[in-house]
Design a protein around this ligand. Sequence first.
Ligand SMILES: Nc1ncnc2c1ncn2[C@@H]1O[C@H](COP(=O)(O)OP(=O)(O)OP(=O)(O)O)[C@@H](O)[C@H]1O
Ligand SMILES: [Mg+2]
Length: 253
Amino acid sequence: MKHSILSANGLCKSFAHNGGQVHVLSQVDLELYERDFTVIMGASGSGKSTLLYALSGMDQATAGQVMYGGENIVDAVEKRLASLRHSDFGFIFQQMHLVSNLSLLENIVVPGYLNKKVSVNQVKARAEELLQMMGLSHIKSHLPSQVSGGEQQRCAIARAVINNPKLLFADEPTGALNRKNTTEVLNLLTDLNQSGQSILMVTHDIRAALRATRLLYLEDGKIVGDLPLPDYSLEEEKSREAQVNAWLSAMEW
Ligand SMILES: Nc1ncnc2c1ncn2[C@@H]1O[C@H](COP(=O)(O)OP(=O)(O)OP(=O)(O)O)[C@@H](O)[C@H]1O
Ligand SMILES: [Mg+2]
C-alpha cells in the first residue's frame, strides 16, 4: 500500500507576458507517493520546471492546491515555506549553487546547522556519513572550484539530504555533467531512493529516466502519461530501456 506524500489539485500557473497571460500549468491533478522515484519528462517548454517549483513551494501557483501533511502550501506564508525548505524538502539543480568560498564539508553542514531540530554533533556525524557515501571524504576540505563537476553535484546532493528531507526535488541534476559523472550521480540517487528517499526529478535524459519507479509525461502543462516501473537494477537496464523508449515514442517524445 502506497502512502501519499504530496498532492496537487487543479494546479494552475500563469505568467504575465507582453500584456497578456501565458498559461503554463492547466489544472494539474497529481498524487506523489512515499519511496517513489518519480520522474517528469516532456518537451522543452512543456512546464516541467514550473511544475516542480509550484509543487515544492519555490514558486506560488496561480490557482489550485498543493497539499503536504494536511496543509495547502499554496497559501503558506514565506516564513513557513522557508521552514519547509529547510526541514522537509531537499533541492538539487543543474547548476549546483555551492557556496564558492566554503569547503565541500562546510557546504554540506550549513543547512544542518540552520535546522534547529538537530544538534551540531548529529549534523557533523551525518555529514561524514554522506561524504563517505558520495565518495568525497578525501576531498572534503577542497573548495568547489577545486573539484570536478560530478564531485560538485555529489556535494550538492549531500547538502540536499543532510536534513533527511521527506521529499527530494531535482531539476535536471545531470544536465551539466558528462557521461561518467552522470552515471555516478544517478547511482547515488538510485541508492538514496532504494534506501527509502522519496524523489521527484525532472529530466531530459533517458538514462536518468531509467532510474524512475514512476514516469510522468507532461505536455502543454498537463500530465498525459503515467507509467509505473519496478525498482531499477543494472541487470534489467536493457529491457527497461526498451520499455521506456516504447512508452516515450507513444508519448511522441
Ligand atoms: N517567469 C516566466 N515568465 C514568463 N514565462 C515563463 C516564465 N517561466 C517560465 N515561463 C514559460 O513557461 C513555459 C514552461 O517553462 P518551464 O521552464 O517550466 O519548461 P520546461 O519544461 O522546464 O523546459 P526545459 O525542458 O527547457 O527546462 C515556457 O514556455 C516558458 O517560457
Ligand atoms: Mg526546465
